[in-house]
Design a protein around this ligand. Structure first.
Ligand code: NAP
Length: 284
């Protein structure tokens, strides 16, 4: 048991449905860490005063979620390479009274696939990423770090995929959503990063019938846990990975930074969060 009671938090607006307090609460308890982790609602208009006052707040660090992942950047003394290239920060920590930031969404994405679909990246030929929003940026960065030869980004708004591709300056191929179907048969991994599949949304306009047998299909939407897209993939006997693991894995580096313990994602943690999802049915 450690003696110094360190305080961390998740900052967002709204933030009350964030599962981060449950995730970190689970690790604080199982590792017997004398720390706390709370959810703090910070309105967009209050972001400047919140982060300027951060060193006096008693917090050692925080997760940063929607809508502050980009607006936090001017208040940081340093960003690592990943956060800089992705252009968003989800984890901050104090060091010598200065605030530093990183992005762990991309490692969370990769760690989830490594744990749930071992060998998913054995070929590293083609990845098809559907969507070009904030989450897609981290995922494209991760796939690129992992060494995929070709990363195709298909988005409803083509211009947004083009901007994303340019920002990375690598061999990222932007296409419109209607062209995604032609890439399915070549993909080693297909990732949905759009909100399609959440309760009440439209269905994904992609048929997985042409996918190779070894293609892994993953969705970063986790409410519902089994999206219609993943259900489709299962019908074709493809390996699927849901989006909850990404959320759990992205949290681990923050726990290590603030509390000094690198936790692992266990079946017990997952079951605790699934039980909460079943109660509230909301994703943030
Ligand atoms: P975002 O920046 O708003 O981007 C949304 C994306 O969805 C865009 O590519 C958008 O296309 C596309 N889209 C929305 N409605 C569509 C429709 N009807 N048809 C086709 N495309 C549509 O959102 P984000 O921050 O990237 O988040 C996306 C999803 O990922 C959310 O559901 C979020 O909860 C989830 N997420 C999960 C995790 C995790 O840990 N599992 C982490 C981060 C985010 P346009 O550009 O054409 O509008």
């Amino acid at each position: 048991m450690t003696n110094d009671k360190r305080k961390a938090a998740v900052i967002g607006w709204p933030v009350k449905h964030s599962r981060s307090p449950l995730i970190h609460g689970h690790w604080l308890k199982t590792h017997e860490i004398a720390g706390t982790y709370e959810a703090i609602a910070v309105a967009p208009d209050d972001i400047q005063s919140f982060f300027e006052d951060f060193p006096k707040s008693g917090l050692v660090g925080a997760n940063v979620t929607i809508p502050h992942k980009e607006t936090v950047i001017p208040f940081l003394s340093s960003l690592d390479k990943a956060a800089l290239e992705i252009g968003a920060v989800n984890t901050v920590w104090l060091e010598d009274k200065d605030l530093h930031g990183t992005n762990t969404d991309w490692t969370g994405f990769l760690d989830n696939l490594d744990q749930e679909a071992r060998g998913w990246d054995s070929k590293r030929n083609t990845a098809l990423v559907v969507g070009a929003g904030g989450a897609a940026r981290g995922i494209v960065y991760g796939l690129n770090q992992r060494g995929f030869d070709r990363i195709v980004v298909a988005n409803r708004t083509l211009e947004r995929a083009e901007v994303l591709a340019k920002g990375f300056g690598h061999a990222i191929e932007p296409i419109g959503l209607a062209q995604a179907q032609a890439v399915v048969g070549e993909a080693d991994v297909v990732v949905n990063t759009t909100s399609l599949g959440m309760e009440g949304s439209d269905l994904m306009p992609i048929d997985l019938a042409a996918a190779q047998n070894e293609c892994v299909v993953t969705d970063i939407v986790y409410v519902p846990l089994e999206t219609p897209f993943l259900r489709d993939a299962k019908r074709y006997a493809l390996k699927t990975v849901d989006g909850l693991g990404m959320l759990l894995h992205q949290a681990a580096p923050g726990c290590e930074k603030w509390f000094g313990v690198r936790p692992i994602v266990t079946a017990e943690l997952r079951a605790e969060i699934v039980a909460d999802l079943n109660k509230t049915d909301e994703q943030i």
